[in-house]
Design a protein around this ligand. Sequence first.
Ligand code: SAM
Length: 290
Amino acid sequence: MLPEAETVKPDRPKPRKFRRPARLSFPLTPGSALKTILRVIRHPLASFRLVHDEGVLRGADFVSDPEYRERWSASIAEYVHWYFADKRMMHSISWLGIPTRKMLPDMWVYQEIIHECRPDHIVEIGSLFGGSALFMASVCDMMGHGRVISVDISRENYRVSHPRIVELTGDCAAPEIVDQVEALVGSGTVMVIHDADHTREAVSRDLELYARFVTPGQYLVVEDGVVDVFSPLHSRMAQSFPDGGPLPAAKRFLKQNSDSFELDMTRERFVLTSNPKGYLRRRASATAGE
Ligand SMILES: C[S@@+](CC[C@H](N)C(=O)[O-])C[C@H]1O[C@@H](n2cnc3c(N)ncnc32)[C@H](O)[C@@H]1O
């Protein structure tokens, strides 16, 4: 456990303007100009191939190592799709040996949110093996604060036991499960993560049921809207959600609740995310339970 002084909530970083690094441009300084001239002299052919479009480099054009030029030649879209669609990737991710279905930058973002917001309770709807619940419990352990309420309809694959995790087994939409969550969170501060049935209808239903638990300044995370980003014409992953998945549900929820929730795009600053438009923060002025 970290000493208490290390866990003091830092000032909230100012939201930064979100920019997609689709193009990388290099400011011309005397130093960089000299380096460029030397590089052109040493590698004339490669330089001719690399630099085009008025000094803007694209894709892997500026990767000179042949192996990494090939390995890093995929676009962000290709990379993200591969990460989710290729089971060899998705099924290889684990936290302390327990599988989790997460895109790694999202886990880092979770760690940042948990540390900044210090929720008393993190309600995870959908835990599967328990890797993500264990990850968040580990962060809570290091902070010496917080616990995870894991809601899942099935414990068939679940492999975790941790003093900071409470398991509720049942359909998250069942009134008795919602009531138990309500009793457990009491008047504490609450973050909610939805990672269960990803059909648009189910996500919308669950957001309606659980958003009220999220306390001001805390997050409601809608997982896996990435499935809606890809075209069903080209992606089997997208074809699995013919009526839409988490992304349209999150957008609809935000539209209808813009007085109490706001989208925090700074949580997508690593670009790679499972949760496009899925990091929703309850406005500080909103009253819990509204
Ligand atoms: C995508 S997995 C969760 C992955 C996990 N959060 C992780 O990152 O490792 C979805 C989970 O949601 C659960 N689930 C599906 N529908 C549910 C429902 N109506 N209520 C509760 N859990 C549900 C499934 O049993 C499954 O374990």
